[in-house]
Design a protein around this ligand. Structure first.
Ligand SMILES: Cc1cc2nc3c(=O)[nH]c(=O)nc-3n(C[C@H](O)[C@H](O)[C@H](O)COP(=O)(O)O)c2cc1C
Length: 175
């Protein structure tokens, strides 16, 4: 097991994956991390759609013009949803769940990458949210925040460089 001190250093975004599927145990561990993540007022109002169908993953990758094509090579995509009408912290709750899944994936030796969908879309003005809703039959009250692409790493990434951390952005006592 990788301790958290190390995990935060080695986690990097991975966008190249092998064809190997993710085991059901690993999928469950990743979702478990999301379901244990902290939420505003302990609402736990997020919803997740786990997609491993290649055709559907390809359609999701086409939901926006930039930054999502790599997802076509991912064996697993976890769509993070929230209800803006019921939860004013749906973005925060979803983000924390998404990142928790990324750290759990890393701890399992898997690669992952956040694919932003909220506020993104196609050049013709179609929101990514609308495309995803059509592909996955998502109810009208739920919005897509992001998709976490997961797979077995096919690329190597260097760990975070301790020397490049922006300590100057941290202010002691007062700004
Ligand atoms: C809110 C958010 C949105 C992101 N959107 C995308 C995206 O749409 N496509 C993508 O390839 N990476 C996306 N990323 C991944 C970032 O590009 C990546 O985290 C950043 O470059 C730092 O690299 P690292 O994760 O390897 O440390 C996103 C990350 C965050 C936190």
């Amino acid at each position: 097991m990788t301790d958290f001190n190390e995990l935060v250093k080695i986690r990097r975004s991975h966008r190249k994956f092998t064809d190997e599927e993710i085991s059901p145990e690993h999928v469950q561990s990743i979702l478990r991390a999301a379901l244990m993540s902290p939420t505003s007022k302990s609402q736990r109002a997020w919803q997740f759609v786990v997609v491993d169908d290649k055709t559907d993953i390809e359609k999701l990758a086409d939901a926006k013009d930039l930054g999502s094509q790599f997802m076509k090579g991912a064996p697993l995509a976890i769509v993070v949803l929230g209800d803006p009408q019921k939860n004013d912290c749906w973005v925060e709750d979803g983000s924390i769940a998404a990142v928790s899944m990324q750290y759990q994936a890393e701890e399992l030796g898997l690669g992952s990458c956040w694919v932003q969908m909220r506020g993104r879309g196609l050049a013709d003005g179609t929101p990514a949210d609308e495309v995803i809703r059509g592909v996955l039959d998502i109810p009208a009250n739920l919005n897509t925040l992001c998709i976490i692409a997961v797979g077995h790493k096919a690329d190597e990434r260097k760990p975070q460089n301790e020397d490049n951390l922006k300590w100057e952005n941290v202010h002691a006592e007062k700004y």
